[in-house]
Design a binder for this molecule. Sequence first.
Ligand code: BG6
Length: 300
Amino acid sequence: MNNLFELNEKFSMPGVVIFEKRTNNIIDLLVSNRYADARICLYGGQITSFRPINKPDILWMSSNSNFEVGKAIRGGIPICFPWFGPHKTDNKKPQHGFGRLMSWDLTETAVMPNGETLIRLQLRSSEATKLFWPYNFIAEIKVIIGKMLKATLKVTNTSSGHFEYTCALHTYYNISDIEAITIDGLGGASYYKHGEPGDFKQDSSLLEIHKSVDRHYHDTEAVCIISDSSFGRKIHVDKSGSKVTTVWNPWMEGSAKMNDMPDDAYKTFVCIEAVNSFDDTVNLKPGESHETSVIIGMEE
Ligand code: BG6
């Protein structure tokens, strides 16, 4: 359903959930409750804002992002599915899969007893998805907006045979200055560098970033903490169902090459992604499901 009138009729909740149309018929769902404000774009099923009351956004959004069918939204929490990174065998298929390039159906909006808001979106296999991937599946994004933001990607195999997929909750965090933050949680973890052979290890307990970074930490389920003294906050990044954590920042040259972010955008975001890929690919038999979640919150 992509009709503003029908969405309002069926899913709006006065004072809590409303809908807003962007250009190109792309519709956003806006949540407001006693804990936070949030914005979810039905295109891509992408959370683009999570702002605890009276605080700066925890998520970063590019001011130059496309909001156009066929193009990825730059910022928030892109859903990479059913593959993470480039397609293994066909470079004509979209980077990070088609999940972030399709409209997701809204299936539920609800207020929880504690005042948190629950939102569910679904993407089911169709002729359009089978152009890219031959399997039957149901993918669901469950979002809970409270003091914390909880986002879960649940994938169910509705095919008659087994399939495997890779995925990520590719979160962009809003920071004051990339060179002023530290990331705690990955000390001692091993990582692959994107596009480079070898296995590396982070010896220092804190990660500081002073150049482009594209690391896939493996065998880690650790909580990461982004300490941002200028913003006077620590962002807690917890996850479950994922053993790979990707840390990405394209730095100056990389930002300048991307026409959907300002040239100096790299200064104000860092991606810490909950990933299933490499040795943590998901294999599902018919009827089986897997859940990948992030739980994001703030400590002052
Ligand atoms: C990260 C990858 O997950 O996403 C990087 O590790 C990639 O290699 C980055 O550049 C952004 O990808 P995209 O397709 O959104 O530009």
